[in-house]
Design a binder for this molecule. Structure first.
Ligand SMILES: Nc1ncnc2c1ncn2[C@@H]1O[C@H](COP(=O)(O)OP(=O)(O)OP(=O)(O)O)[C@@H](O)[C@H]1O
Ligand SMILES: [Mg+2]
Length: 250
C-alpha cells in the first residue's frame, strides 16, 4: 500500500489564496472526493499534487518521498496521473495513438508495474474499442472524457486524479462512469481523487469527501457525514439550492 500525503499546502496567485494550509491523505485502493464552489481551489490542489505548479509552502509525499514542485513529467513517472478539467487530448491523433503515447512512456519507465496491461485492454476497459481509429477531436464529449482516463491509466499510476470526469455527461452516462471508476480502482489497485460538481456522482462514488471553500478545507468525512455537515450545506449545497431557485425563478 502507498499513501499520498498533502501536508499544510498553501498556494497563492497574486492576492488570491487559492489554497491555505490544506492537508489530506489518500491511500491506494481509496476513492476520495473533492467538492466545493467555483474558485474554491479544487483544480489548484490537483495542479499542486501533479507538480503543474510549485507550491508556496507545505509538502506532497508519496509515502516518504517528496514529489512537490518537481515537474509534471517527474510526477507522472513517480506514479501520479491525471485528467484535465478542460480536456487536453492530442486532437489529431487517433484514440489508440493517444493511449500509446502514455503507454510507451510506461513501458520505458514503469515496466515493472505493467502487469499484463496493454493498449487493447485499456480500450476495452473504457469502452473505446469501436472508436479506436478515430481522431480524438471527432469523438463525442463523454468519449473524450473516457479517453483522458484511459490515457492517464496507460501510465500505470498509483494515484489517479480526475478533474470533473462527469462534466457534460447525462445521468445514465455518469452512473455508468461510477462503475467504471470503481472497476479501475479494483483492477489497477490505485488511489483515486475525484473532483466533480455533480453531488450525486461524488456521494455515490467516494468513500471519503473533502470540502474546500475559498482555499480552505472546511470539512472531511464519509458521504453521509458530509451531507449533514451544516458548514457544507451552507457553503456548497445551500449555494446550489439558491442558484437553482434563482434559475427557476427567471
Ligand atoms: N493559473 C492561475 N493564475 C491565477 N489565478 C489562478 C490560477 N489558477 C487558479 N487561480 C485562482 O485560484 C482560485 C482557485 O481556482 P481553481 O481553479 O483551483 O478553483 P476550482 O475549485 O477548481 O473552481 P471550478 O469549480 O470553477 O473549477 C480562483 O480564484 C482562481 O481564479
Ligand atoms: Mg476546477
Amino acid at each position: 500500500m502507498t499513501t499520498l500525503t498533502v501536508r499544510s499546502v498553501s498556494k497563492h496567485f497574486g492576492g488570491v489564496f487559492a489554497l491555505r494550509d490544506v492537508s489530506l491523505t489518500c491511500e491506494t485502493g481509496e476513492i476520495i472526493g473533492l467538492i466545493g464552489p467555483n474558485g474554491a481551489g479544487k483544480t489548484t490542489l490537483l495542479n499542486v499534487i501533479s507538480s503543474a505548479f510549485p507550491l508556496d509552502s507545505g509538502e506532497v509525499r508519496l509515502d516518504e518521498r517528496r514529489i512537490d514542485s518537481t515537474s509534471p513529467r517527474k510526477c507522472a513517472l513517480a506514479g501520479i496521473a491525471r485528467t484535465f478539467q478542460n480536456i487536453r487530448l492530442f486532437n489529431h491523433l487517433t484514440v489508440r495513438q493517444n493511449i500509446e503515447v502514455s503507454f510507451t512512456t510506461a513501458q520505458r519507465h514503469r515496466a515493472r508495474r505493467l502487469n499484463g496491461l496493454t493498449v487493447a485492454s485499456l480500450l476495452q476497459e473504457l469502452e473505446l474499442e469501436e472508436v479506436a481509429n478515430r481522431p480524438a477531436m471527432t469523438l463525442p464529449y463523454g468519449h473524450q472524457r473516457r479517453l483522458e482516463i484511459a490515457r492517464a491509466l496507460a501510465l500505470v499510476p498509483e494515484f489517479l486524479l480526475l478533474d470533473e470526469p462527469a462534466a457534460g455527461m447525462n445521468e445514465a452516462e455518469s452512473t455508468e462512469l461510477i462503475s467504471s471508476v470503481r472497476g479501475i480502482r479494483d483492477r489497477a489497485k490505485c488511489g483515486i481523487i475525484v473532483i466533480d460538481h455533480d453531488l450525486r456522482f461524488i456521494l455515490n462514488l467516494c468513500q471519503r469527501i473533502n470540502v474546500l471553500q475559498m482555499g480552505e478545507l472546511i470539512a472531511e468525512g464519509r458521504p453521509e457525514e458530509i451531507q449533514k455537515d451544516p458548514k457544507v450545506v451552507e457553503a456548497y449545497i445551500g449555494l446550489r439550492h439558491r442558484t437553482d431557485h434563482k434559475a427557476a425563478s427567471t
